[in-house]
Design a binder for this molecule. Sequence first.
Ligand code: COA
Length: 381
Amino acid sequence: MQKTSDVITGKPVISATGLFTPADSISNEELVESFNRYVELFNSRNAEAIASGEIEALQPSSVEFIEKASGIKARHVMTKQPVLDPEIMAPRWEERPNEELSILAEIGVKACRDALERAGRDVKDVDAVLCAASNMQRPYPAMAVEIQDALGIDGFGFDMNVACSSATFGIQTATDYIRAGNAKSVLVVSPEITSGHLNWRDRDSHFIFGDVATAVLVEDEAVAPAQHWDILGTKLKTVFSNNIRNNFGFLNRAHPETADMPDKLFVQEGRKVFKEVVPMVAQMIIDEATRLEIDPQGLRRLWLHQANAGMNRLIAHRVLGHEANADESPTVLDTYGNTSSAGSIIAFHLNSEDLQVGDTGLICSFGAGYSAGTVFVRKVG
Ligand code: COA
């Protein structure tokens, strides 16, 4: 067990990361079969209106398109059967009483426990929990405070939502607490039950997201385990865009007639996102590397946001100056899909142990907002 000390350096490091992966997984084949059954049902139930031109017939989805357009082959979900049921196509579970741990907190706690165990960290020595995620279960009490309570942490917690960039924004917030001496051990937890915001009936996006939870333990170097990752620098950026949007919220009550419209779930202009975000993020990485006096072409590994394999290929190429291989820019899209803010953390968690002491890499997120965050790290230990 790591002993905490009163000596604080103000130098932030990543002590460990944690991961919770739901047991259920849906392959593209299963997903497309279910989607296409829904399309058949819809078209036959609305045959007359389609024939009269009143509504348009729905088009089937395809496994080949999904894999080619996104690189996604499967995704984990909290509940598989209802998502695949063409009459439901949404997650379903029993509503829990307030006395019971809520489902989002439950998976967040699991990811946190994994990170704490890996760091050998006693919860008594953790000061704060930041729940940084796109898909909060409720507005209050904060999910972070419930997770803090379930873990038995004496300190404070709050929620923050910067969509797919929530985790990197959380890491920067945690590093600022460490730098200021306001905390020496901070959990940044990203429970992403994306199956709730995804419109499983929308052909353009039904394949994109998956459920997961990650945790990052950001600590003062003075209390961190011998093997850790120095945080060399963090940089955040936001630029307003409507190209990825979700209009769900309390104020939908002001317009009850539109409460069930598809824009109350995830919607995007995928092509525009692709075109606008790739150059913005690649430039941001290069500028920040330059500021930190790091040669971007010398980066040992990029743990990029996991939204689309093509975007990652282009960003990695611009940063490294050549086509990146799977070792330089690993993907988890094939088995996890897009897990919003958790994606780059899963990539880091599953693909960082083999790096050598002294190796420098980059955790990078980008998504709705637009929002983007970079966290340059170097292995120590
Ligand atoms: N099955 C089969 N064909 C499909 C389909 C599906 N499920 N969905 C769309 N298509 C078809 C369209 O009808 C269109 O056909 P057309 O050219 O004959 O009109 C064609 O495929 C291209 O559609 P488009 O939406 O332009 O595909 P794309 O190649 O741009 O890929 C995304 C779509 C969404 C996967 C891609 O744009 C993307 O990932 N962008 C970035 C998204 C992102 O990172 N978002 C962040 C979220 S946090």
